[in-house]
Structure formats: structure tokens, C-alpha cells
Design a protein around this ligand. Sequence first.
Ligand code: KPL
Length: 297
Amino acid sequence: MKITVLGCGALGQLWLSTLYQQGHDVQGWIRIPQPFCAVNVISPEGIAFNRNMTTNDPEHLAQSELLLVTLKAWQVSGAVSTLMPMLNDNCAILLLHNGMGTVDELPANRLAILQGATTHAARHEGNSIVHVATGATHIGPVTPRGAALSSLADTLHNALPDVAWHDNIKPSLWNKLAVNCVINPLTALYNCTNGDLLAYADQIEQISQEVAQVMAIEGVEIHRDSLLSFVYQVIESTSANHSSMLQDIRNQRHTEIDYITGYLLRRGRKFGLTLPINTRLFEQIKRKENDYERVSS
Ligand code: KPL
């Protein structure tokens, strides 16, 4: 399959390396064009993949059957809108990022758009990407034309298992949003690993309860206790991780808070819910972000 991976960060390099090893014709696409990007990935078993891979070839992009988007949520609409006119009618777009709401920011289009949530964890270590934790990726359609693309899950599964297809992806996206609403802001505020959050049971429960309220109105029925046990399951399975938001705050980068807690609050507001616990977390993270963004601008 001809594929362009938009974004060559940790997750992007992971997909580039695994898709290439499955024999797919892949290239990367980066903001500042270069003919090649170095893809250096170390698997959980310690096996290294090192290769210079083609980037930003417009002909490859025009012929691509899949645009796999691994950018941060806040980069998605700008980058994807710019590339859309260069894609062919049969190219599917798969968005793989934390949070929700980016699809609503894309211009009206004719393309098949899919969204996914993944629990694979990869991080930069020196010049390499270390695939620290294997996980699962859930994908499904967010535009009507995406509904016919269930075979894509098998293709991706062969490269980086597990990948599961869902005709209705909304529950998977909301479950992952709930996890991110709990883990990301709390780890960023307490400057701790995901596992250290076990000491903050009350806050975890209050955040999850507000998320469950919005999920119920969104038609994603989940019992409060089931959501809470899912959140704890992810905290335990990623206990040694430094969440992406903690890494963003430590490196003074823009965070995904607008698409995680921010999205939750926007959806809640639409239904007249005020969500005080999540509102406070949102404001605390925005304050941290504004402190360094003001200094650097
Ligand atoms: O998605 C994550 C993130 O860090 O952004 C979790 C699941 C919380 C793992 O760290």
C-alpha cells in the first residue's frame, strides 16, 4: 500500500518503521521539507531499525492510499487542510492523536476520514525512538465514506498489532478521552509518572464522574465504575510512563489540553453542564502553558 505518514515524531517513526517492514511503500511528511528523515526505532525486545526514509515527495503524496496523521491534535487541522487538495479521491485520512474535535475543524471534503485511539507508547531517547509499551489501536470512520474501509484495520494490525475496527468509533474515542482527562493534566500538575497517580484517588474519581456525565449525554453509555476501572487499568499498564502532557510542560511546548479537557468542557457547556473539577484543571494547565508561551513570544 502507498502511504504517507504526516508527522515524524515518536508515533510517526514507529508507524513508518513497522509499515516499511511489512513491505508498504511509505514516506514521511514533515513541516520543514527535507528529502529524507532518519527513522531510528528500538523495539520493546531491543531490536533496532535504522533507515533514512523519503519525505515530502509530492508525487508519492498524490498517489497515497492512506494519509496517516500522527501530529499533535493542535497541529492537525492546519497541516491536513494544506495537504487535502494534493490527495487523490481514494486516499483515506486516519487521525491518530490524543483528544477530540479536530475533525470539526477540517474544511468540508469528499474524503474518507477515520479516527483512532492508541495506547502504544514511544518516546525520544537521544537520537532514537524507544517503543516503551506495546498497546492497542482502535480505529473507525468519522465520515460516511470511511465506513467501507474496515480492511485497513487488518493492514495496520499486520504492521503494529493490535488494531481493531469499530463501525462506531465514538465509544473508544470517549474512553481514551476519559483516560487522558485524568492522567494528562494530573501528571503535568504533580510532575509525576502515571503510576504515581494512585495516590490521588479522590481527584481521579471526581474527574471520571464528570466525564461519565458528558459521555452519557453524548450517547456513550458507560457505568461510572466501569469507566473508573478502565482509567485505573491504563494507569497501571502505563505506570512508568511520563504522560505526553507532562513531557510537553517540561519541554515548554504547547499541550493538547484544548482537545482533551477543553473538548470535554465544550461538549459539556453545549448541554448546560459546568464541570467544576475539569474546569479548574483546564485553567491550571492553561496558566502553566501561558507562563512560558508569554515569555518566549
Ligand atoms: O495517552 C497517553 C499520554 O501520555 O498522552 C497515556 C495513555 C496517558 C499514556 O501516558
